[in-house]
Design a protein around this ligand. Structure first.
Ligand code: UDP
Length: 326
């Protein structure tokens, strides 16, 4: 199949573009490069455009069979201070894409949703059928798009897979692509930078949570495991099966303290750190129950926290060498 990867110059999109190619599909990347990097799209046809530009979309959509939609603003904190940007990009942009696809007759989409649609779940691990009650504008914007997909499915037979990611992390084994955020706010890259002496000491956001060691627990899923879930979801829809939403996580939680220990083990260096107050909006624990994706897609995560951290470290080291040689 020919797949339009919207946001394919970003972190998860670039890994999935490669996974699609490995699975024998053709890929066109569509990205406005606002947060993406041209280097991450190297080797693919890249159309520079914005999802709010329906003319640009109308030119490329007739060439594809399905869409994967990764293009979104994705910082929870920023969504609280600048909700306008989140609703503009994730909601208005999302609808512009959906309508352009409908007009072009492309009626299959794999959507990057998030566990943030659940808000603060009462029960861990999280199952898909609990109420969706997001607690920040980012989660609200993603929930809106999920609901738009549900309506378009009923009305227009527009088939979708809403993949609710937990914490995407790690990098391709090649070390050629990986997580590149500016500013970086994510725990694993920040802990690695601190260990390498390339960044400030790590701030541990709270150590008084109701968790075994007092630090927040998350479900860190390797980006290539996420990518393979997208391929399975695409195959599911291509086989004419029904639309669905599913968690994409490992089912195993790791605390901030456990992540720090994994970073110290992989790098052989100490992570300089201090405990600071909790970050507003951080639930104590978010861990997936991945049983639905397993049953429906025959997919499960194959990599553990150690692999996540060591591939992220490999990417950071390679990038450092490449930058130093320039
Ligand atoms: N975290 C932390 N210090 C940091 C960044 C993150 O202690 O500098 C914690 C954060 O409170 C959360 C976990 O690490 O419990 C993962 O945060 P991240 O921002 O990586 O992902 P999120 O869960 O917000 O999507």
């Amino acid at each position: 199949m020919k797949i339009l990867v919207i946001g394919g110059a970003g972190y998860i999109g670039s890994h999935t573009a490669r996974a699609l190619r490995r699975a024998g599909h053709d890929v066109i990347i569509f990205d406005n490069l606002s947060t993406g990097y041209e280097s991450l799209a190297a080797g693919f046809e890249l159309v520079k455009g914005d999802i709010l530009d329906d003319r640009a979309l109308a030119q490329v959509l007739p060439r594809v069979d399905a869409i994967m939609h990764f293009a979104a603003r994705a910082y929870v904190g920023e969504s609280v201070t600048n909700p306008r940007r989140y609703f503009h990009n994730n909601v208005e942009g999302g609808l512009s894409l959906l309508n352009a696809a409908l007009d072009a007759g492309v009626k299959k989409i794999i959507f990057s949703s998030t566990c943030a649609v659940y808000g603060e779940p009462g029960k861990i691990p999280i199952e898909e059928n609990i109420p969706r009650q997001p607690v920040n504008p980012y989660g609200v914007s993603k929930l809106f798009f999920e609901q738009a997909l549900e309506a378009y499915d009923r009305a227009y037979k527009f088939r979708f897979a809403s993949l609710r990611y937990f914490n995407a992390a790690g990098a391709d084994d090649s070390g050629e692509i990986g997580e590149l955020h500016d500013p970086e706010t994510h725990l694993i890259p920040l802990a690695l930078l601190a260990a390498a002496g390339l960044g400030p000491e790590l701030h541990v956001f709270g150590s008084d949570y109701p968790t075994p060691d007092g630090t927040c627990v998350r479900d860190y899923i390797h980006v290539n495991d996420l990518a393979s879930a997208h391929i399975r979801a695409l195959e599911h829809l291509a086989a004419g099966k029904d639309s669905f939403a599913a968690n994409v996580g490992t089912g195993v939680g790791a605390s901030v303290q456990e992540v720090i220990s994994a970073v110290e083990k992989v790098t052989g260096k100490k992570v300089p750190r201090t405990v600071v107050p909790r970050r507003p909006g951080d639930p104590p624990a978010l861990v997936a129950n991945p049983a639905k994706a397993q049953a429906l897609l025959h997919w499960k995560a194959e990599r553990d926290l150690n692999n996540v951290v060591s591939t992220a470290w490999n990417f950071m080291e390679k990038r450092r060498t490449a930058v130093a040689e320039k």
